[in-house]
Ligand binder design. Structure first.
Ligand code: ATP
Length: 257
């Protein structure tokens, strides 16, 4: 069963086609990799899925329902959350406060409950704190609990962003270059973490990455974009052996890795 389907999706910015007639499917519970050279259209695909950009042509289905025209907050509430290439955190809040704030998006008490500090409020608050604590532990952030986000090492900030995205209980998680700025050791640990959260939370994941080891090591399927067009898709071995991909992307990237 597919959790996400792109059917002939195009996104134009004036005369520029950032994504041109792209179709692909993401199978439920899988990790799907999105790769391609700079400017290939990868982040535009995330912005189309999350409703930040409106598609010019085609259709996007999430759990078999079109998400065309839905506001970003509706799409997030429906179960798609993401991290960003440029980390977005509450920089002056601590690690714990950042996670707890995200958990509060799921709170279902009203202003009156908050003012009265009644049983409903207290019960919900206790649950949110338990959840924030759990996420902090799973993401390996417990020792950084009271550290202000902007003072965290870069790799920890990326983990914190993932924790915040998970706080919204997604069924599809979009990770935009989660290993950017990480050293090889941090990248290997992140690979293990992504696999673990997929299993633990029963998630499907789409990941954009330039680190080929990470993509090839964790993805069930990979799609390669080049100049907004789909160049190839398949399992890691098929992608690695595809001469068009090697020419357009891998050869160039191997030099950087
Ligand atoms: N809001 C926008 N307005 C105009 N052009 C845009 C906009 N967003 C993206 N583009 C253009 O669309 C193309 C694809 O950009 P996109 O950011 O999706 O690439 P990418 O594959 O994510 O690149 P990178 O690996 O560098 O992040 C680029 O030419 C970019 O300049």
């Amino acid at each position: 069963m597919n959790i996400l389907e792109f059917k002939n999706v195009t996104k134009n910015f004036g005369g520029l086609t950032a994504v041109g007639n792209v179709s692909f499917e993401v199978e439920k519970d899988s990790i799907f990799g999105l790769i391609g050279p700079n400017g290939a259209g990868k982040t535009t695909i995330f912005n189309l899925i999350t409703g930040i950009y409106k598609i010019s042509q085609g259709e996007i289905y999430f759990q078999n329902h079109s998400i065309h025209g839905l506001q970003p907050y509706k799409i997030a509430q429906g179960g798609i959350t993401r991290t960003f290439q440029n980390i977005r955190l509450f920089k002056k809040l601590t690690t714990y406060e950042n996670i707890l704030t995200a958990c509060h998006d799921n709170a279902n008490y009203g202003i009156l409950d908050t003012m009265l500090r009644n049983a409903k409020y207290k019960e919900q608050e206790a649950k949110l704190h338990i959840k924030a604590q759990e996420l902090m532990e799973i993401l390996g952030l417990s020792s950084q609990k009271d550290i202000i986000a902007s003072n965290l090492p870069y790799g920890m900030q990326r983990r914190l962003e993932i924790a915040r995205a998970l706080a919204l209980n997604p069924s599809l998680l979009l990770l935009d270059e989660p290993a950017a700025g990480m050293n090889p050791d941090e990248t290997i640990k992140l690979m293990e973490l992504i696999k673990e959260i997929r299993t633990r939370f029963g998630l499907s994941i789409v990941v954009i990455e330039h680190h080929m080891d990470l993509i090839m090591g964790i993805c069930d399927r990979i799609m390669v974009l080049n100049f907004g067009r789909k160049l190839a898709d398949g399992i890691a071995q098929e992608i690695q052996e595809n001469p068009k991909v090697r020419e357009a992307y891998l050869g160039e990237e191997e030099e950087h890795c």
